[in-house]
Design a binder for this molecule. Structure first.
Ligand code: ATP
Ligand code: MG
Length: 583
């Protein structure tokens, strides 16, 4: 009964998205600068994707889709020590889950041979040199924001010597860190990225794709720029922290000029890859930041390795795997990304915008069910022992296409403990001793007796069902103050219900003033596990099915632990924002 995720829904009527990047793309297509566009999403496979990545994915893949272009998924795997095939698989899973498909799956490591030939070309042009300074010396020579750097004493080595040393680096003759290949740009540049940055380093570490083939690895900026150029990316979209790297990006692209030097692309044939090289343009947009979250792979990794959460897909995590397990839908995340828009302005998005998108998506998609999470027995004493009926309930109040279901009803019910008060606070609309309340879809009940144990604890309530108030009867519309949900005690299924809330209790968990860190701001109430009861039509859910449990919130059948007959539900989000008042 899952409403399938439909990525095309509303495509005809959806407003055309307007932002500065889409405008650039439109202009480039209109002017004929590009006949077709190409984008890429270039994660480093060193962790799981988080919700910030969802913004980049929706932009990279979304723009290609909207403008009839292509988008590659490229793993920027230039850092062998930190990368793991587990992440590679999870990232593909996440992109597909969001509803996107790549034109071509690539790895920066597919191009190592091309990058190497390009580096030799730079050396021959006098644009790169082998430097023997140690990492500490390089730092000392680099200068500061206010002082220019100093030129390396190795900067003016001849081309032949550079070529020889670089080839020997590649042959594995030197120790890790002993030498680097550096771009020869400008040690006096105001942009530190242009002060003869390293483009190759020696690192004798096996790589997950290339094994022991390479004792040297290209640096990120160089590999990223050339990776885009190899793939013929037209619009290389990235976050604002790369703005200062753009001059280096352009330098690499222009000095190597892959499109104008097809001999550099010869190694692609051996890998069965097409020749598509072109000159890319980098465009930056602002990162997604959401309050009450941390959003760097490093911190998310620490939460996992330090056991502060139960793994990468803990439903409280802001990884896509965590959000998915929590019950976030691709539709909700795409709605969220559309809503926050794309700009160059850094901003902090309120967490309620994310939760609001989830409520909106699930309100339309999730069938309704009844469940009780703090069960209190209610016995309807005027029904005979063994009395059992089957009622019919609409699955969705606003959408008949969801159909109906059978809901059992009998003499003994579970109601929510919170819906009864012996001494009600002011304005109470639910059940009290001697008072009446409507049982959703079943009739009006009066509480006659509160049965207690020796310690004064409430054992059960005993009440009378008004026989004139049953569905369809005239008395059914009689006014009573409140309506509560319930499940049939005889046929409801016991369920584990995990009541999740925000992982952090403060808007800025990254705030490190007063010597605190994000670990000190974990919300102690971010998870409570209770035993509750769900109606039979919820117990048969398949994993990842979302429901609205009436009056409680949206819940999802846990994708790891839920079993038919032993249901496990995660609370995705409450029906209303309970945090707005606290903030
Ligand atoms: P982190 O800083 O969390 O480790 P990253 O930027 O190092 O993330 P990458 O794997 O390099 O992660 O990112 C892949 C793409 O996702 C990049 O283009 C990057 O700009 C983008 N991206 C990462 N974080 C965000 C974010 N918070 N908002 C929007 N885009 C992001
Ligand atoms: Mg990174």
């Amino acid at each position: 009964m899952t409403a399938p995720h439909d990525t095309t829904a509303g495509a005809d009527t959806a407003p055309v998205k307007q932002d500065f990047i889409r405008q650039i793309v439109r202009d480039d297509l209109a002017s004929g600068k590009h006949a077709a566009i190409r984008t890429r999403f270039p994660p480093e496979p060193n962790g799981y994707l988080h919700i910030g990545h969802a913004k980049a994915i929706c932009l990279d893949f979304g723009i290609a889709e909207e403008f009839g272009g292509r988008c590659n998924l490229r793993f920027d795997d230039t850092n062998p020590a930190k990368e793991d095939p587990e992440f590679v698989a999870a990232i593909q899973d996440d992109v597909r889950w969001l509803g996107f498909e790549w034109n071509s799956l690539r790895h920066a490591s597919d191009y190592f041979e091309v990058f190497y030939l390009a580096a030799e070309k730079l050396i021959r042009q006098g644009d790169a040199f082998v430097c023997d300074l140690s990492p500490e010396e390089v730092r000392a020579y680099r200068g500061t924001l206010t002082e220019p750097g100093r030129e390396s004493p190795y900067r003016n080595r001849g081309v032949e010597e550079n070529l020889d040393l670089f080839r020997r680096m590649r042959a594995g003759e030197f120790a890790d860190g002993a030498r680097t290949l550096r771009a020869k740009i400008d040690m006096a540049s105001g942009n530190i990225n242009l002060r003869d940055p390293a483009i190759y380093r020696i690192k004798k570490v096996a790589h997950q794709n290339t094994g022991d083939a390479w004792p040297i690895y290209p640096m990120y900026d160089y590999a990223h720029a050339l990776g885009d150029a190899v793939e013929g990316i037209t619009h290389s979209l990235c976050t604002l922290e790369f703005e200062d790297h753009r001059p280096l990006y352009d330098w690499c692209v222009d000095r190597v000029d892959l499109a104008g030097n097809p001999e550099l692309l010869a190694p692609l044939a051996a890998k069965g890859l097409p020749i598509e090289a072109a000159k890319p343009r980098q465009i930056e947009f602002s990162r997604l930041n959401i309050n009450y979250t941390v959003m760097s792979k490093r911190k998310l990794t620490q939460l996992v390795t330090e056991g502060l959460v139960d793994g990468w897909d803990d439903p409280r995590m802001y990884t896509l795997q965590g959000l998915r397990r929590r019950g976030y839908t691709p539709g909700a995340l795409r709605l969220f990304v559309d809503r926050i828009g794309i700009s160059k302005q850094n901003s902090m998005i309120d967490f309620s915008v994310l939760e609001g998108a989830l409520r909106e998506d699930l309100d339309a998609r999730a069938p309704r069910r009844m469940a009780v999470v703090a069960p209190l027995k209610l016995v309807l004493t005027n029904l005979p022992e063994g009395h059992a009926e089957t009622l019919r309930f609409a699955n969705h109040p606003k959408d008949e296409s969801f159909g109906e279901r059978e809901v059992p009803f009998s003499r003994e019910l579970w109601i929510e403990g919170d819906d009864f008060a012996e001494v009600p606070p002011k304005g109470w609309k639910r059940l009290v001793p001697g008072g009446e309340v409507r049982l959703r879809g079943a009739g009006i009940v009066r509480c006659d007796e509160v049965v207690k144990d020796a310690d004064g604890g409430i054992v059960e309530l005993r009440g009378t069902l008004d026989p004139e108030s049953r569905p369809g009867m005239e008395g059914a519309n009689r006014k009573v103050k409140g309506t509560i949900h319930w499940v049939d005690a005889a046929r409801a299924v016991e369920a584990e219900v995990r009541l999740y809330d925000r992982l952090f209790s403060v808007p800025d968990p990254d705030d490190e003033s007063e010597g605190l860190g994000y670990r000190d701001h974990l919300n102690p109430d971010s998870r409570a596990t209770v035993r509750g009861y769900v109606e039979p039509a919820a117990a048969t859910a398949s994993a990842e099915q979302s429901y609205q449990f009436e009056r409680l919130g949206y819940f999802v059948a846990d994708r790891r632990d839920h079993r038919e007959g032993a249901p496990v539900f995660n609370r995705s989000v409450t029906l209303r924002d309970t945090w707005a008042a606290k903030a």
